[in-house]
Design a protein around this ligand. Structure first.
Ligand SMILES: *Cc1c(COP(=O)(O)O)cnc(C)c1O
Length: 374
């Protein structure tokens, strides 16, 4: 038995939410009061807690992280004829939501060390049609926002920050999502804070925030029922989801501290292996969403993952590049992004992971690498 009472042969998943705080109590409160739909006190309390944590003046809850991106793009006026620059190495939502506005996603290369946007490449891809840049803070490492914002301001472009993996990520103390025009979060089950399904848009501008609220609720006038001022969507979050989210936010400091400890333990225990961790710049803080690393060039990733699975350890490959998906494939090449996509894996990274678990994962990775490179 391990110190937490689980048998050593128990499988270690990549992620498992920790719902050990007020989650149950708040959900029962929704049921007992019958406020289970998208009206109820938890929505506002959850929005306020995210606004407080990020330092954003406005936070608007929505039903997932994908529609958060779509709502932000739509409300910034991104649409047909526009181009939006986005990293090809990202989760597919960052790209699909651009296409859903009928704008054209323009892919950009990634940096080899922190896996985020190569800002020099972004600048080369700006055309007269470029309307916005989507920055993604992958796996929690902040994209270099100060440099990106300088370019965006000079060229008159909007910036949307996809912070789905970056709740708790900061640059010189400032939370990601507050540099650009809008920042978005996901509260899917494997995200740092979860509501099951859920999302949030944060914004500084009062007029943009008002528009986000209007459009997420079918464009219905906030003062006149069934009067729809503009094309809208039903992107509302439920009070039950917000109840879980509020309870999660109450423990965010603990969750973040656990995840930082786990990430540091991996880096220390695997220091002698020929693997490469995502670079974290001095002065930045990562959410350490999923601890991810690159296997050595030529190592058979599928074989490593299978062998680890046989030792009871679940891992994930990192994302495929979006420019290789059938609906976006125009034969472009992005050598750096493709190399990261081919070699990256994510390790178990959930807050309840014990020191023994981390040791077990590291032992299994060491053995698997030795076996496939022998
Ligand atoms: C999780 C994620 C999303 C989408 O969030 P959902 O809540 O699953 O819709 C968007 N972008 C990135 C980078 C993500 O990791």
């Amino acid at each position: 038995m391990t110190s937490d009472g689980r048998s050593p042969d128990q499988r270690i998943p990549v992620y498992r939410p920790d719902l050990s705080g007020n989650e149950r109590r708040y959900v029962l409160e929704c049921i007992d009061t019958t406020w289970i739909s998208s009206i109820g006190s938890f929505i506002q309390r959850f929005e306020e807690s995210v606004a407080r944590e990020t330092g954003a003046p406005h936070a608007v809850a929505v039903c997932n992280g994908t529609v958060a991106l779509h709502l932000a793009l739509h409300c910034l006026g991104v649409g047909p004829g526009d181009e939006v620059i986005v990293p090809t190495f990202t989760y597919i939502s960052s790209v699909n939501t651009i296409a859903q506005t009928k704008a054209t996603p323009v892919f950009a290369e990634s940096l080899a060390d922190d896996w985020n946007l190569d800002i020099g490449d972004v600048e080369r891809r700006i055309t007269p049609r470029t309307k916005a840049i989507m920055a993604v803070h992958l796996y929690g490492a902040p994209c270099a926002m100060p440099v990106l914002m300088e370019i965006a301001k000079r060229r008159g472009l909007f910036v949307i920050e996809d912070c789905a993996e970056a709740l708790g990520s900061r640059i010189a103390g400032r939370h990601v999502g507050t540099f650009g025009d809008a920042g978005t979060f996901s509260f899917f089950g494997n995200k740092t804070v979860t509501t099951g399904e859920g999302g949030m848009v944060i914004a500084t501008d009062d007029a943009l925030a008002a528009r986000l609220r209007l459009v997420k609720g079918q464009g219905q006038s906030l003062t006149r029922r069934y009067w729809h001022e503009t094309l809208g969507f039903n992107y509302r979050m439920t009070n039950i989801e917000a109840a879980i989210g509020l309870a999660q936010m109450e423990r965010l400091a603990d969750i973040a501290a656990r995840k930082a400890t786990i990430a540091q333990a991996y880096r220390t225990l695997l220091a002698d292996l020929p693997v490469t961790f995502q670079r974290l710049d001095a002065g930045t803080q990562s959410s350490h969403w999923l601890v991810s690393l690159l296997l050595p060039p030529g190592a058979d990733r599928a074989a490593v993952m299978t062998q680890m699975s046989n030792s009871g350890i679940e891992t994930r490959p990192v994302f495929f590049c979006a420019h290789e998906m059938p609906m976006y494939d125009t034969g472009q090449r992005f050598p750096v992004a493709q190399d990261i996509a081919a070699r990256g894996i994510s390790l178990p990274s959930y807050p309840a992971l014990t020191a023994d678990d981390v040791q077990r994962v590291c032992g299994a990775l060491t053995e698997a690498l030795a076996a496939v490179t022998a």
